[in-house]
Design a binder for this molecule. Sequence first.
Ligand code: FAD
Length: 494
Amino acid sequence: MRTSVLVVGGGLAGTSAALFLAWRGVDVVLVEKHPGSSPHPRAVGFTARTGEMLRAVGLEAELPASRMAKGFGIRRVRVASLVGERFEETFWTPPSEVSATEYSPSTGVGVAQDRMEPLLRDKARELGADIRMSTRMLEFAQDDDGVTALVQGDGEPYEIRADYLVAADGHRSPVREQLGITRSGRGYMHTSRSVLFRAPLEEYLKDGIGQFIVDGVGFLTTYGDGRWVLMLDDREYTEPELREKIVQAIGRDDLEIEIITTGRWTISAAVADRFSQGRVFLAGDAAHTLPPSRGGFGANVGIEDAHNLAWKLAAVLGGESRPSLLDTYDAERRPVALLCHQQIFARNDGHNRDGELEDGPLIDNNAMHYGVLYRSAAVLGAGQDLPPAQLPEQWNGQPGTRAPHAWIEPGKSTLDLFQRGWVLVADHPQWEEATADLAVRYERVEQLELFGLSAKGASLIRPDGYIAWRSADLPDDPRAALEAAFSSASAGTR
Ligand SMILES: Cc1cc2nc3c(=O)[nH]c(=O)nc-3n(C[C@H](O)[C@H](O)[C@H](O)COP(=O)(O)OP(=O)(O)OC[C@H]3O[C@@H](n4cnc5c(N)ncnc54)[C@H](O)[C@@H]3O)c2cc1C
């Protein structure tokens, strides 16, 4: 069997990779050893940035309406019990960072992982991805021309030959281990147990607080669909003991409680020392395992890895870009993962119970979500002197950052102009002429000041919506300037 890209792992990162690749018309096969999503979800908080990526592939409308409004500002409180006394409140996003500025056309969503994964999977299949559940990759080997994997579903093992392999096989990543890729970071932090249960407790969510640190018991939160999870210390619990803990956490013993399942979680912080080796790329937890704090640096960062990689693989497989474009995946995404690691320990948000606070700048959540900077060969003009992340209005159209959002007309954002191919944003006929026989689409945009451009300037936007290059003004030969920038940033083959 032959395919262009083999994705190993059908969690949020792998399924997103299959979705974004299929959307770009790439032939992709995904293998996942489990028959479906785990009955015990982990992630529930998806950022507006993730919403933007899903909006681009037509999935946003299918996401359930969120009780988490813009800003991803979930409130958390220390309590004696859910119904008992409430003490001090802490925040994922401190109130000082909840900004009135509208950075995105999308909103954050609170949806349990076992509801999100099937949405991504169904869409990926609809777009042509070949997703094989209950199929395990047993071994793989790479050579100069591709990767050969041995996989097994219900029957005999068989081979899949692919041009590239995306290893989204989770934090233990057998692929990463086989490649001998080491990791840096704090490493193992602690192990937690959890019990997932259903109980009629919606009335306690009315005031917008969704996370409860219950004194002497553990951490209680909800998936927003009637299911709750209580995180406990790492030891064996009998079912009566679990019920007792749940009753203690709620502070009521008159409710019907259905225990769904239990979990045991290794919480660690580690970033792979390289995100690729030859034709194999690590994505998601395989590349970076980050503790669940500061609001969704886990799954969301993994989904953005997949998004960053997908257009590059599509461009190289389509023959438009040289394979050197793929080197920019590590150059762009590994510093972001390291920055997330640093930021998790720069702010003690109550989850880092065994983490020493780290020195270094504390970066605003909106800057982390909408304003990380990429420095690589696929960006022109992002110098070493620039900070790793800032708010979009501080960047003001800086190459290496995500193109800014503004409404062009009701319901249509500047972001909706991007994703399909390379785009030149400008408002001048000479720039339009300059795109004539290049694989760059011209888009007339009036809000040039948001991109840091004069009326005669132009910005070149990559297929992932990041700014590759900008010319603040009109050069003598716009066509030559654009061609040189496009050829360099896209590692163009022409
Ligand atoms: C308690 C908890 C709460 C969290 N909450 C949040 C949150 O609210 N927001 C957030 O952003 N993040 C959160 N996270 C982190 C988030 O869950 C993870 O970052 C994310 O799920 C990782 O996705 P992944 O696809 O990289 O890996 P995984 O979900 O681990 O998927 C890897 C997949 O690979 C498969 N696999 C492995 N080897 C093979 C093989 N050889 N062949 C076939 N298949 C294979 C596995 O079966 C698995 O399904 C939380 C984590 C925990 C522990």
